[in-house]
Design a protein around this ligand. Structure first.
Ligand SMILES: [Ca+2]
Ligand SMILES: [Ca+2]
Ligand SMILES: [Ca+2]
Length: 208
């Protein structure tokens, strides 16, 4: 028994240490610390719906970070399985409102409706929660009837916001959104338009 137990203990210890190391590196992947920057945004004179869709698509298949706003474009979640609802985990991705803020080229100054291009790896969330977008807060944002919504407008509830990538014939939409820690950022068919808890929101000033 003694002869047999020693390898078992060694195996168990090695496995336990590997498991612990894996868990430790999944939490605090250091994505923001290792990859992101705080460069000033580039002021631009316009915004187009097709251009913003292209910007949004780069975030597709990347991660989700509560209160985050920095991602790369390698089509994998570099920071999976972080604790949820923790703004300090420093993982890859925007949250729903941070993603919308960047795609809509908004200013951190809420009274400025101008266009500011933020780099993909620029860590920024902006001042708006989903609830505040829903209420049309900020000079750049207005509420609109859901029937008037078009590509790259948004549907927002008190706790979530997603942008319309395409409308489906049956009244649902293909929504591009930073959905959550377990889901990342992607396009899904959603019924937000028919859901009374969601309202229509638009970024003002599209040139096309
Ligand atoms: Ca991508
Ligand atoms: Ca990634
Ligand atoms: Ca994450």
């Amino acid at each position: 028994m003694i002869v047999r137990s020693r390898p078992f203990i060694a195996w168990f210890t090695a496995t336990f240490l590997l498991t612990s190391a894996g868990a430790a590196s999944a939490y605090h992947t250091q994505f923001v610390a290792d990859n992101c920057n705080y460069a000033a945004p580039t002021a631009t004179s316009y915004i187009t719906r097709d251009g913003s869709a292209t910007v949004a698509l780069r975030a597709r298949h990347e991660g989700y970070q509560w209160a985050g706003g920095c991602w790369n474009d390698n089509d994998r979640d570099d920071s999976p399985n972080d604790p949820t609802s923790d703004p300090s985990t420093g993982g890859e991705g925007g949250d729903c409102s941070g993603f919308t803020f960047k795609v809509w080229r908004e200013s951190q100054n809420e009274s400025d409706a101008g266009f500011y291009q933020w780099g993909m790896l620029r860590a920024v969330h902006g001042p708006f929660t989903a609830s505040r977008f829903k209420a049309g807060h900020g000079a750049a944002n207005v509420t609109v009837a859901k029937s008037a919504l078009t590509k790259m407008d948004a549907l927002a509830s008190e706790s979530h916001i997603g942008m319309i990538y395409a409308k489906n014939a049956d009244g649902t939409d293909q929504i591009i959104e930073a959905k959550g820690e377990a889901y990342g950022t992607n396009i899904w068919t959603r019924t937000y338009r028919g859901d009374a808890s969601y309202s229509g929101v638009r970024r003002t000033g599209w040139s096309s």
